[in-house]
Design a protein around this ligand. Structure first.
Ligand code: FES
Length: 333
């Protein structure tokens, strides 16, 4: 059951759908109920995956002043669970169901200094923040990192817009982001807002703690879909219920358990809130923790996992004899 009761669903018509970087499509929607979206907001969109209705969250890149048009940008992941495939197939004139803008990543106005950090498609969640800070005349740095230029959405326009406030790091051009250098240059009066792959956010979180910076000044939005290892099929068991099911590469453990009839708790489905936590009873394999909910110590102990994003892998240990797959036995609350 979802804990968020604030969502208001409506219909929206696609008025623009085009590629803005490799595997990234910009989708502009005219919603039935126009609302201006604040920086950091997202919408939930009803998608159809394997013939069934499902829901995905997408950051709002921008709206016009009246909120009559809102733009999303959707990355088609190689390991898509189906949502981004659905979104990439949308064309002008199509009608979709979506919520009004929802906020769980607000920009706090009034900090002495800001760092806005985007990794890859994460730029879509923070681009509006950098824009708002520029408008306010705030003291900010906008740090944008990606693997290659052709895979970085809106890069030219952001460079033109933010001038010497933007710092661009591109792996393929030999200018990767050094997280410790970045975090080491931040003082106690600076707030950092970030969105990007879990590896980047994890590195920032650890460096933030190592440098003794105040944790409330570190704010982030996750996608909850990129892990330390490639996703692989594994088996999950709930002994108390006599339940065993396969978690395919393209589905989360939470989804597979729901499909198998288990009554699961969840909220964010992004590895942030911890509501989907399950207790690990037995493990043949290793846990690929993809959440930002647990501390490093808790992740290392692997006594619990956030089943909406985290997976089980054979990468760091041998598969279960006879099955060739990792197996995890859990208890749900
Ligand atoms: S539902 Fe929020 S961490 Fe899994």
């Amino acid at each position: 059951m979802a804990a968020d009761s604030s969502e208001v669903w409506q219909k929206g018509r696609i008025v623009e759908a085009r590629e803005v970087a490799r595997d990234i499509r910009r989708i502009v929607i005219e919603p039935d109920i126009p609302v201006r979206a604040a920086p950091g907001t997202h919408v939930d969109v009803a998608v159809v995956v394997n013939g069934e209705r499902d829901v995905r969250s997408y950051s709002i890149v921008e709206t016009d002043d009246g909120g009559t048009r809102l733009a999303l940008s959707v990355f088609r992941t190689p390991t898509s669970r189906g949502g981004s495939v659905f979104m990439h197939a949308l064309a002008e004139g199509d009608v979709i169901e979506l919520t009004q803008p929802m906020q769980n990543f607000p920009l706090r106005i009034g900090a002495a200094r800001y760092v806005i950090l985007a990794g890859g498609i994460g730029v879509t969640a923070v681009l509006g923040m950098a824009r708002a800070l520029a408008r306010l005349g705030a003291d900010y740095r906008f740090v944008v990192a990606g693997r290659s230029r052709d895979a970085m959405a809106y890069l030219d326009e952001l460079v033109a817009e933010h001038g010497d406030r933007i710092e661009v790091h591109i792996d393929a051009e030999g200018t990767p982001l050094d997280v410790r250098t970045l975090v080491g240059s931040i003082d106690h009066d600076t707030e950092l807002y970030m969105c990007g792959p879990i590896r980047l956010m994890d590195a920032v979180r650890r460096a933030w703690q190592d440098f003794g910076l105040d944790l409330p000044n570190l704010r982030y939005e996750t996608f909850g879909n990129s892990g330390w290892f490639e996703p692989e099929e594994f088996i999950v068991r709930i002994p108390r219920l006599g339940l065993e099911t396969v978690v395919p590469e393209g589905r989360s453990m939470l989804e597979a358990l729901e499909d198998a009839g288990a009554d699961m708790m969840f909220d964010c489905r992004k590895g942030e809130c911890g509501l989907c936590e399950v207790e690990v009873l037995d493990l043949s394999g290793a846990i690929d923790h993809r959440d930002v909910f647990y501390s490093e110590r808790q992740q290392h102990e692997s006594a619990k996992m956030c089943c909406c994003v985290s997976r089980v892998t054979t990468t760091k240990s041998a598969p279960h004899p006879g099955s060739g797959r990792a197996i995890v036995s859990i208890e749900v609350s």
